[in-house]
Design a protein around this ligand. Structure first.
Ligand code: HEC
Length: 136
């Protein structure tokens, strides 16, 4: 009887682990998202529009520490921390929580991916980016 219980336990644990792995993959790869975030690209639209910046990536405006404020490279406008753990952010008279407003996310993904990559981000790039910022 004892060994029977052990087997059931092992099977349940195995199933739980498989489930966790599958979910983590579906939600994006944080390490890939980090690499993507930190890649600065020469001569893109943002680099051309901001004097003094030859290369621009997500990190250039959003800061290398996700818990710090960033700053827009062209306008100098402060950008609240990207880390999801920053909680509610107040900027320009508006208060919001990071990565909860799908319309806002779609708008900024579109604008910033075009500015940095010259195209929209792929669903995988977005998932990886979100996995990274949500891990901080
Ligand atoms: C030229 C500056 C700049 C660069 C470069 C930039 N962003 Fe942003 N990003 C902004 C600004 C400004 C906002 C809007 C203000 C805010 O949300 O704090 C924003 C907001 C966002 C948001 C919305 C966040 C939310 O709370 O929903 C996402 C997603 C985002 N950026 C992704 C990216 C990605 C991905 C890259 C790199 C490919 C990138 N950004 C590069 C300036 C930039």
């Amino acid at each position: 009887m004892k060994s029977f219980k052990t087997i059931i336990c092992a099977l349940t644990l195995g199933a739980a682990l498989v489930g966790t792995t599958a979910t983590a993959q579906a939600a994006g790869d944080a390490a890939a998202g980090e690499a993507f975030y930190n890649t600065e690209i020469a001569g893109n639209k943002y680099a051309k529009s901001a004097p003094g910046y030859n290369k621009v990536g997500c990190v250039t405006c959003h800061s290398s520490n996700l818990r710090n404020n960033g700053a827009h490279i062209k306008t100098g406008k402060i950008i609240g921390p990207m880390a999801a753990s920053a909680g509610r952010i107040s900027l320009g008279g508006k208060t919001y929580t990071r990565f909860t407003d799908n319309k806002k996310m779609a708008k900024w993904f579109k604008r910033n991916c075009n500015g940095v990559l010259g195209r929209e981000c792929t669903p995988t790039e977005k998932d990886n980016f979100l996995a990274f910022v949500k891990s901080k």
